[in-house]
Write a protein that binds this ligand. Sequence first.
Ligand code: AGP
Length: 608
Amino acid sequence: MCGIAGYIGPRQAAPVLLEALKKLEYRGYDSAGIALIEDGHIQVRKARGRLQHLMDITSGGMETPGHVGIGHTRWATHGEPSDRNSHPHLSNDERFAVVHNGIIENFRQLKEMLISRGYHFHSDTDSEVISNLMQEYDQGSLVETLAAAAVHLEGSYALGVLSLDEPGAIAALRKDSPLIIGRGEGENYLVSDIPAIISHTRDVYLLEDGEIALMTDSEVSFFDAYGAPIGKKVFHVDWDVSAAEKGGFEHFMMKEIMEQPQALQETIRPRIKDGRIDLSELGLEGGWLKALHTIHIVACGSAYHAGRLGKNLIEMSARIPVTVEIASEFRYSDPILQPDHLVILVSQSGETADSIAALREAKRQGVKTLAIVNVLGSTIAREADHVLYTWAGPEIAVATTKAYTAQVAALVLFSGYIAQERGSAYAPRLNILAEALLKLPEVARQVLDDHSRVQYLASLFFNHRDIYFIGRGIDYSLSLEGSLKLKEISYIHSEAQPAGELKHGTISLIQPGTLVIALATQKKLRDKMLSNIQEVRARGAVVLSIAARGDKEIAAVSDHFIGIPPLSDELEPILAVMPLQLFAYYVAALNGNDVDKPRNLAKSVTVE
Ligand code: AGP
C-alpha cells in the first residue's frame, strides 16, 4: 500500500509533491521518489528510507525544477526497499514515468514478454512493467497509451503517469486502489487520499475503477477504460484542515484516542430520533429484515475484532445467527451464502484488498452487502449495496482507535435496528439502549480523563516481553483488540485468550511476574472471571483488571484495577477498550517507538 501524488500548475512542482507525500507517508514509508518534466526530459529523484531522506537530498525539492510532476511513498510488496526499487519507474526510452499503488499479479509474464522484445529492467518491482508496457503499446496520445497498456494488467493499480510527448499533462488510472483528483485554480493535484491536498483545495473527483483522468493546469478530463470521454461530478470536502493535522498532540494516535467522544457523537447522534434507532438511510426495508436468516461479518484486524463484537450484539438483540470471518480466509473458503443472508464488510479505509475481494465474492453469489466504513467514497463504500458510514473523520495513525470504536457503535446501532424492525424480544430494551448511546460520548470523556493513571500503569510494564489478555464473551472479543493494539505499536509479544480456555494449555506460560490483563465488564460472566483471575494469580501472575467501577470483589483479587463507569453491557466494550488503547500507546511511547508509523505496517493494506 503506497502513497501517490501529482501536481501540475504554475508553482515549482517538487516542493508541492513532497508536502503531499508527507501527509501520505502513513500509507507506506520505506522509500520515496519524485519525477518531473523539465527541458525535454524526465528527471527522477528517489531513495530508500523515510521521505525526510528524499527531502534532504533534494533540498526540500527546491533544487529540482519543473511544474509537472508525480511522486510516491512506498510500502514494499515486490522487491525489497531500495533506491532502485523506489518509484517512479521510467520506461527504457525514458519517455514515460509511472508511480503505482497496488500489485500487478501477472507482472512476471509481462516482464518475460517485454524482455523477449528487447526491454531491460532496473528493479525487482512489479510496477516497472507498466512504464515499459506504455512504451511498447504507445498510441501517440497519453490517454490511449495508458488505456492500451492497462488492458494487459491484472491485479490492483492506482497509477500516475508522465509522458515526454505530452509535457503539459499528467494521466491517472485506478483499479482497486484509491485515487483522488484535486481541482485548483490554474493548477490540479493527484493524491491517494483527501487529507494530502485539503489545504490546497476542497473540490475533488473520486476516480472510480477503470476510469482515466487527464490533468492539465487548467482542466481535468475523464475517460473510460477504452479511452472514451465520460463526465464526473466534483465532490466538495467539508472537513476542517485541523482534522487532518495533529492538533497539538505528540502523535496522531493520541489525538485520535482523545477524539473518540466526538467520533462517537458524530456516528450515533444522527441515528437516534425520538428515542428510537433510525437507520432508514440504509434502505433495508422491513420485510427483507424480517426474512433475514444469517449474517456474515467479514473484516481484517481491528475491524474483525469490531465484527466479533457485532456478532455478540446482533445475536443477543436480534437472535439471528452471525458468523464473523477474517476476510483473507473468507475469500478463499468457497463461502456458503444464500439469498436470505447479509454480508457486512467492516473497514476503516474501505480499501483493504481482502475485504474488497470478500465483498465481490458476496456480490458474485447475489447476496446483499452492507459496508460499515469510515472513508467516504472508498471502494467498499461504493461497491456495497448499502453503506453505514462511521463519522470518525480522517484517521492517520496506523493503529486504529476512533474508527474502531465508531465501528462498534455502528454495529450496536445496527443490532438494535434489526431487533427493532423484527420486533424481537429485545425490542423493549431499545429505548434504554438509545438513551445509553446518547450518553456514551460524555461517559467516554470521563474514561479518557483518567489517562494519567493508565500512563502510570504503562510505566510499570513497558519493559515486559510477554503480556496476556483474557476475557469471556464480549470481553474476549475486546481482549483480542487490546492485544493487537499493544503488539502492533509496542512490538511486545501479547496474546488474547478466552478466560475459560486458559486451563487447556496456555496457562503453562504463566509464571511469577507475568502480566495478565483481565477484562470483566460483563455482569453475567464476572463471577467466572473472578475465578479465572484467581487461577492466574495462584501461578504468580500480576493482574491488571478492567471491570465496572465499584466492583470491589474484582479489585480485591487484582494487583491493579481500572473501573469503567456503568452505562450498559452493550456499550462497556467501547468504554473499556479506551484504557487498553492508552496502555498500548504509553507502552510504545515509553519504548521510544514511532507510534504513528510502527515498523512493517501500513494504514490501509490494499494488497493481498
Ligand atoms: C488496526 O490497528 C490495524 N492497523 C489493522 O489491523 C486494521 O484494522 C486492518 O488492516 C483493517 O483495516 P481497514 O479497517 O481499513 O479495513
